[in-house]
Write a protein that binds this ligand. Structure first.
Ligand SMILES: [Zn+2]
Length: 268
């Protein structure tokens, strides 16, 4: 069975990805990965778009329209659909992901580490500090993969978004944070590919030059979508709302009410 890792590089806009993610761009240059530009849904903010990536619904439809909407996800989500068919799910992610799919509100003393959970996420390692090092988070994901062999894993590092808020989207600090994430991808992805994972690298939203994101400008909404181990074909117009359905199809999981992806799909 195909196993999938979804990597959401928080706040990484498209132009920074294409200029800073050297390893992924090396794969693209050799035609071993596919990359395309995707426009995120609105508002271009984190929690609304985690929910969009994992349910296939727009914020105005799923209702999580602000980072201030703090509640469990409602309706079908990717983790839950995987679990219904007996798959193992995992996440190394910001605590807002735990609030959506594990328990809400997040309790640092209780919810940081989740092993053998009975809900949507089987195993999770969650953080709450935006400066939690991406290097440690990738190591968290590495442990989950080696120890728990999840069928679907979400990896969600925050340091690029944090640098964007501090320095702006057109800054040395932001680009160097993206380069650091690119290097972490280079250190970890070859082993995960060798373990049989198909991998998606994308972002929830972009980053404005003034150090924030919310609205419809290209800097805030244009994000990368890299496909490793499969390709969609040149005619596909990919939307952020189709990524959850695409992952269901890769995993051969019934999407339930998650919008289906019925475009071209070639698994390599
Ligand atoms: Zn942000």
């Amino acid at each position: 069975m195909t196993k999938v890792i979804l990597i959401v590089l928080d706040g990484l806009r498209y132009d920074a990805a294409r200029t800073c993610l050297g390893y992924l761009e090396g794969l693209v240059a050799e035609d071993r990965a596919e990359v395309r530009k995707v426009a995120c849904e609105l508002p271009a903010m984190s929690t609304p778009l985690y929910e969009t990536l994992l349910t296939g619904r727009k914020p105005v439809d799923h209702g999580v329209v602000s980072n201030g909407v703090v509640r469990r996800s409602e309706g079908d989500n990717l983790f839950a659909r995987c679990r219904l068919e007996g798959n193992v799910t995992a996440a190394a992610a910001y605590h807002w992901v735990s609030e959506l799919y594990v328990s809400c509100p997040f309790d640092r003393h209780r919810d940081r580490i989740l092993i053998d959970g009975s809900g949507d996420i089987t195993h999770g390692l969650f953080y709450w500090d935006d400066q939690y090092p991406d290097s440690h988070l990738f190591a968290d994901a590495e442990w989950l993969i080696r120890a728990k062999a999840p069928d679907f894993l979400l990896l969600h590092p925050m340091n690029v978004d944090d640098a964007g808020h501090k320095h702006g989207g057109d800054s040395i600090g932001y680009r160097n944070a993206a380069r650091a994430q690119g290097d972490l991808l280079a250190r970890h992805l070859p082993g995960w590919i060798d373990s049989g994972y198909r991998i998606i690298v994308t972002a929830d939203h972009g980053m404005g030059d003034d150090g924030n994101h919310a609205g419809p400008t290209p800097d805030e909404t244009e994000v990368p979508f890299y496909a490793l181990g499969f390709r969609l074909g040149p005619d596909v117009v990919l939307k952020q709302t189709l990524i959850a359905g695409l992952i269901c199809r890769l995993l051969d999981v019934d999407p339930g009410t998650i919008p289906i992806y019925d475009g071209a799909l070639f698994i390599s």
